[in-house]
Design a protein around this ligand. Sequence first.
Ligand SMILES: Cc1cc2nc3c(=O)[nH]c(=O)nc-3n(C[C@H](O)[C@H](O)[C@H](O)COP(=O)(O)O)c2cc1C
Length: 354
Amino acid sequence: MVWNTMSGFGNAERGNNPSPQRPLMTLTYRSRATSPLSETQLGDLQHAAAIRNSREGITGLMVYNDDRFFQWLEGPPASIARVWSSISRDQRHADIEALSVHSAPTRLFGKWHLRLSTGPADAVLGGVHAENAAATNVAAERLAALAIAAEPNDARVLLHAAYADFQSMSAVTELLIEPAARRLGDLWADDDCGEYEVTLGLCRLQTFLREIAVDNVQQQHAHPLVVLVAPLPGEIHMLGASLDAEALWQAGHETRIRFPSTEQALKQIVATDWFDAIDLSLSPAFTREHRADQMTHIIDAVRRASMNPSLVVIAGGRAFYDRRLSGATVHADATSTSAAHLPDDLARARRAHV
Ligand SMILES: Cc1cc2nc3c(=O)[nH]c(=O)nc-3n(C[C@H](O)[C@H](O)[C@H](O)COP(=O)(O)O)c2cc1C
């Protein structure tokens, strides 16, 4: 098997892998229905999803209970990444939270392209506390640990292997890199590592990201926007801005990434060049709630300084992912919870703004 529990993503072993089996990956997530689904709507959703899953070689389970979804998907990583990209954009649900992603030795739902249950998830999985059992993103935890190890090469190998398996930058971003960054923040909060190590780990992830991004191809966009991407002045963690810039560029936008160290420097940038939108981010690892007032002040100042009176402002970072802050709180037009969805968030924010 290509993925193994030792390395999470085991591409490194691919050369000596005697098994002709394709790698198998399991992804679980939970979410909340944006409005309750009738039996017919649920049946239609399952029917259409099962057809596509069958084409993609995916099997799994969907539990719908009390307006909450829990889903278990298993299949080849690139198929999972494609279907995940659709699911995570689907407006029928919100508060989508990827719980786990890891290699699997075998399928649990081998006969079911999408088994549907409307009972509690635990009941369907034979009394296993499914969400709890699944709540550890093994691969992301491993990536975080490797990123702060004395020798970071295993982190590089894991990330490159994951990218080769997923064949999707947005899947690697949302399912691995961003959760690994949050994991680093949690390790710090639990006193399991120091602040310096978190910064070091994030820098290393950023370096490896650049390595895997070199082959990326930019899509054509019918209406490309000029977007300024920057960490909030004073924010030393730049991984979020790098992921955002990469995602927007790949989606076809004209992206300029800058690292202004002061509010004045940021105002200068928007006063000198035209931008349709600005993406400002806080740390992807720490919550930084205490910077809410400063962020609000800076966003107000940037709007006043901007050459574009209708500048669209998007705010991102862990505080927004954890819903400790919202875009409205800091006077932004929208909130970004993952770089993987930033191009869609930007399109929505712009439509609402115009
Ligand atoms: C809770 C939920 C679970 C879903 N599960 C699947 C699934 O397992 N497989 C699938 O192909 N589509 C699934 N969908 C539907 C996709 O979001 C999407 O509508 C469909 O795959 C078509 O893709 P497209 O919108 O990119 O064309 C699900 C949607 C929701 C709301």
